[in-house]
Design a protein. Sequence first.
Length: 349
Amino acid sequence: LLNSEKRINKNMRKLVIVTKKFGGDFTGATLATQYFISKWKDEFDDISVFTLELGVYERNSGLVVNLKKNVNEIYKALLEYKKQNSDYIILGYSDDHIGYVLERAKINYVHTYHGNWPDARWINAEFFLKSFYFIPMYKKTITNASYVINVSEYMNNYTRKFNEKSKVIRNGIDEKSSDGYKINEKSFIMVGNIDARKYRKAIQLSEEIYKMDSSINIDIYGEIIQTSIANKLKKQKNIVLKGKSNQIYYNHYMGLINTSTIENLSISVCEALKSNLPVFCFEVGGLPEVVQNDNTGYCCSSKDFKILAKKLVQYANGKYKLDMKTDFIKEFNWNYASEEYIKVFNKLS
């Protein structure tokens, strides 16, 4: 009877989150965790985070954050936590490669795979070497999870190779503010931290666009991660680096460009589509799931950047028409996503 009562009483459940970095100022994955905590906090007696790096996060009542030096310290802390809370059902959650430590501590956990492995191994020599560490760690975390969540069908097909209990729950989308003003109709936007993975192809693409129509401009919003790539972008006549911004007005632009060569599913792409902006990108990761040719933009092989440039220029000049039917974007909702996660947690308790 006691076990039955525990299963239906949310106040008898506690959630532990294990993550390398905790805070909304690191990556899209860590930002997503922040949103989910704000939605999950009423479903658990409390939420305890065990992390190796701390960033900026919202301090909610019932949220306890523990900073540790290494994974072994987290493991020992989890064992002590279990001992102190033996009367509770303890569930786990992880959003990166160190989630496997929850299994070591005999805690059932849900893992969300935000990663770009194994594709990322081909970015350059550095990532190829890193893959020998990260891919095995992620495999271990995915395999030992009680349930695996993916934000794209593309990665869901990958994680299912290691764990059959794998499903897609889309991340939500921020409600971006709009000032009602639309700028030059030949302006496009790119969003994301500046590195080779996301912007190397942007240099070739912008040069091709400029050859076809020198009046088309591209504004890039994002923090500079790789100075060498940023310097090359600055030299392009049709590109302006706008820096990192917490407020982006998508309605100022005709469309969004994404030149990532490795991708899971970019939130900025979904934000643009929700703002009724078409997206021009390469066929990588889960992008083709939302960028549909002749409807929500144009998507092609990264080898065909000239074709992508041509379609974009045609659109800018009114010669390429799009339907922009985006009903599917409704599933990218934080409230809906958090409810789907709660259903999964309920299965485990």
